[in-house]
Design a protein around this ligand. Sequence first.
Ligand code: NAI
Length: 352
Amino acid sequence: MEKKMERIRIAFFDTKKYDSDSFSGTNKNYGFEIKYFKSHLTIDNALLTRGFNVVCVFVNDTIDEDVLNILIENGVELIALRCAGYNNVDISYAYEKIHVVRVPAYSPYAVAEHAAALILSLNRKIHKAYSRTRESNFNIAGLEGFDLHGKTAGVIGAGKIGRIMIGILKGFGMNLLVFDHYKDQEYAKAIGFKYAELDEIFGESDIITLHCPLTAETHHMINKESIKKMKEGVMLINTSRGHLIDTKSLIKGLKSGKIGSAGLDVYEEEANYFFEDFSGSMVTDDQLARLLTFNNVIVTSHQAFLTTEALSNIASTTLGNIKEYFDGGPLVNEICYKCGKDCLKKRGERCF
Ligand code: NAI
């Protein structure tokens, strides 16, 4: 039965001002009742969802079996992820108990452009130059970079973001080695790159950039063994998910000089820190604290998505997903437990 949109209550977790600004603006077209909570959704506050129809969450909210049980008991019908990745939701436990929708793409340009910004900043040492000139130090010693043109970039994951990244790197005149299980040879031919195996990427790339999802297979794909295979001084960029990299091995690689520089928009234990201001207290996570001491590492706190265009797309797709659900479907952005993709079948049906 159709519900009137203004009676549909959304519990919105991990709210920042830019979220409430964009969602409240877009919600003028929908008229949902949105209650913004600042905290992450966890087992400790899941009880707050009583009386809500929808829970809207982001990358660092935890929706495991225990949280799901509480949401279901509280009568929540729909989990609306306002992000693309869904590794923080126990999709298989949710199956047939509660619907889960996501925003499959909001701006692949935003993420790829941020990855490119990390490459350029690390290579040309913009972060150091900025500090120097602010202190009236105009010495350029130690700021030497290298021409990207003619160097080799390894791209792991050639989906929406990976493909934009491939275009950007191609624009720099780089040679490209690309790994993805799904190989689109026509696309590769049209762009002019070669699919390669992971070992080839590790062994030959001057820059390696990660654009694959976090799965059991990709968890810690950058580890002691893979780092051993890499070129001396390789640059590593991760704008995907923190757990793709074993941080302990990364730190060892940086200390030995094997890894020449790293640009990290994501970190394994980011949920404890990212999006919050710790400048008045301290970072007690020893690995994060160690990473922050390297002057050849740039850490940004999961901000690759943060463009005006992406925020607007996130709000309109999320609220559109919620409307679709209460209109009775089809639910085009539902995550399917079996195929792990958006299920294009009608609500209630799955691809198996
Ligand atoms: P997508 O689903 O379009 O592309 C992912 C690609 O990775 C697909 O082509 C898939 O075949 C490939 N893939 C799957 N398993 C793989 C494996 N084992 N090895 C290599 N490739 C594999 O996803 P999209 O939109 O390109 O996003 C990629 C990732 O970027 C997301 O999973 C998410 O973790 C991250 N992301 C980060 C953001 C940020 O703000 N830092 C924002 C949005 C996404």
